[in-house]
Structures are given as structure tokens and as C-alpha cells.
Design a protein around this ligand. Sequence first.
Ligand code: NI
Length: 190
Amino acid sequence: MPVRSIVRLGHPALRTPAQPVVAERLSDPEMQALVDDMFETMLAAGGVGLAAPQIGLSLQLFVYAVVDPDAEPAAEGEEADDPELVALINPALEPIAGELVYDWEGCLSIPDLRGLVPRHFGVRVHALDRHGKILDYRAEGYAARIVQHEYDHLNGVVFLDRMRDMRSLAFGAEWEEFLTESDDEDAQVG
Ligand code: NI
């Protein structure tokens, strides 16, 4: 499965609303190969989410990994659990009422920068899975943040647009040195 190249800020694909996927196309082996390539590309880049516009494709499709940032690291000699990988096609998000929460984000298309971004704590997700099955579920906390970040990519929006105060913007090394509270934390990057 080939790793695709990730486009960076300035590429018009990141600023163009993506086209819906025709559901019948999901049975096309090329579409299934694309979803596999996106997982591969995301994992190879060390991200937790990747949207089709980030590989230059105008499709309402993104993938993400369900990871628990507060999970205990695997003990020595133990394998860490593989994250659950999810692909969402033609997603729609419904915010669940509540206060916005701020947390750090980064983006594979905006290498090395981190910033504090407000997001809904919870969202209801309507989408198709990679086989065309209808999905309807709630995502909360970290997973909801990833879903909102990737969903934005389908609308030509990046996390910088969501920041309320650009003064938190930082490069990775400085962020780690000055801005994180503990050394095992990491900003989600998608
Ligand atoms: Ni991103």
C-alpha cells in the first residue's frame, strides 16, 4: 500500500470544499485502496487523523485513530494496543450543547506548529463507513476534537482559522520546552 504525499498550507486543495463521495463508488476497489493508503499515510506521518484534501483529493472522506491520550503507556516488554482506525465518508457533525474546550492541535499540512483551539466537547457524527454502512454515534473529548479538526479539512478550514488567540502558536520544540505541563503529553496532529 503506497504512502501518499501530504500537501501543505498554500495548496489550493486545503482551501477548497470537498465533493461528496458517490456511495456506490465505495464498492470500487480503488476507493478501498484509497482508504487503506490514507490509514498508512496517517500512521507513517505520526498523525491521528488525515482528510482526503490533505493528499490533494476533493472527496468528503477522512480517517482517524481512536487514541486515549490519558492511557497508561505500555509497560516494558508489552505491546501497546493498536488504535482503532475509523474511516468516515460524507460526514455531518452536530455539536452537543456545552462549553467550548481549548486544547493543543497540530496539523500534518502545517508542519511543526501547535496552537490552542476551541472545540465542542462532544459531537454527534452522521456518516457512512468505508463499506457504505450508515454510522450515527457520539464522540467526546479527544476523539471529538480529532473529528472536528478533520471535518474542517473537508470544508477548506484549518485549525489556524479556529484559533481565537494566535499568541499560543508555537513550534514543536519550543512547545515541548515551554508550553506543555508534562513530558508525556502530545498535541493531536491531523
Ligand atoms: Ni489537519
